[in-house]
Design a protein around this ligand. Structure first.
Ligand code: GUN
Length: 280
């Protein structure tokens, strides 16, 4: 079987173009406040990519970089100012935060109508019960990848590997909403292979390189790789052994160029939505 590549790069470009057109039509310039605490190198790259995307589509990004030794109060004070600022549509606090800061407290301090990451309990709860709210960008981007590749989810068996709050758990809710049968796997799952071999769609988000290999995949399955790791040569790679899935999977997302760019496209979509809700 020929394994087709799902290009997140192409699909995210199409989405960003649509959003750019929409903002021009509406004549609005949303504002996103991006908060970075400390100097985590990966976080700096992610934040810079998000700001680049804002610039491309016509969103104003305001960057707030706080030193690593900032106190929790410093961060909460900034959030309070951004919450009150009528010109700010979206607030993004890049995670992880330095260990001495309570991530949960900071996220819950964000006004839920500006929570473009979809991490606030009100937005998490809305997803759970199926009411309107902001949805975490990476799982939202995966649904969009499947839809725009005409991959049907209803009635399919989906296996999610990894149960994080940012990806695995919201992914489960979104797939349920699309009428899939969902199995959650994690580090306590006795035989991961037994589970993944039964899946029509596998979503892997563990941060562990090569945790899923071709022999763990049912022929014809769709493989979505959320991981971003580096191999022994320093080259970017995912959680899935891409090469061993060739000829077995029907579709697969590459790393880089798969899920990553979709996370940013969905962040842009959430910012546009936040601005529309505030201004129109
Ligand atoms: N760190 C890793 N992924 C994310 C994300 O989607 N949003 C934020 N704010 N931080 C992250």
């Amino acid at each position: 079987m020929e394994t087709k590549i799902i290009s997140g790069t192409e699909i995210s470009t199409a989405i960003k173009d649509e959003l750019k057109d929409e903002l021009e039509r509406l004549s609005i310039t949303p504002t996103l406040a991006v908060v970075l605490v400390g100097d985590n190198q990966a976080s700096k790259v992610y934040v810079s990519n998000k700001e680049k995307a804002c610039h491309q589509i016509g969103i104003k990004s305001m960057s707030y970089t706080l030193p690593a030794d900032s106190t929790q109060e410093d961060v909460l004070d900034l959030i309070e100012v951004l919450n009150a600022d009528k010109n700010v549509d979206g607030i993004l606090v890049q995670l992880p935060l330095p260990a001495h800061i309570d991530e949960h407290k900071v996220i819950q301090a964000i006004d839920e109508t500006k929570d473009v990451d979809g991490f606030h309990l009100k937005n998490v709860g809305a997803l759970l019960v199926g009411t309107d709210g902001f949805v975490s960008c990476t799982p939202a981007g995966i649904i969009e990848l499947l839809k725009r590749s005409n991959i049907d989810v209803a009635g399919k068996k989906c296996v999610i590997v990894g149960r994080s709050n940012i990806v695995g758990k919201p992914m489960c809710q979104l797939l349920l909403r699309e009428n899939a049968t969902v199995v959650m796997c994690h580090s306590y799952t006795p035989s991961l292979k037994e589970e993944t071999q039964q899946a029509d769609i596998v979503v892997v988000a563990t941060g562990k390189r090569n945790i899923v290999t071709g022999d763990m995949i049912k022929p014809g399955a769709v493989v979505i790789d959320v991981g971003i790791n580096r191999d022994e040569n320093g080259k970017l790679c995912g959680d899935v052994d891409f090469n061993s899935c060739q000829g077995i999977a029907s579709w697969i997302t590459p790393v880089p160029g798969g899920v990553g760019p979709m996370t940013i496209a969905m962040l842009m979509q959430n910012c546009v939505r936040a601005a529309k809700q505030r201004r129109i």
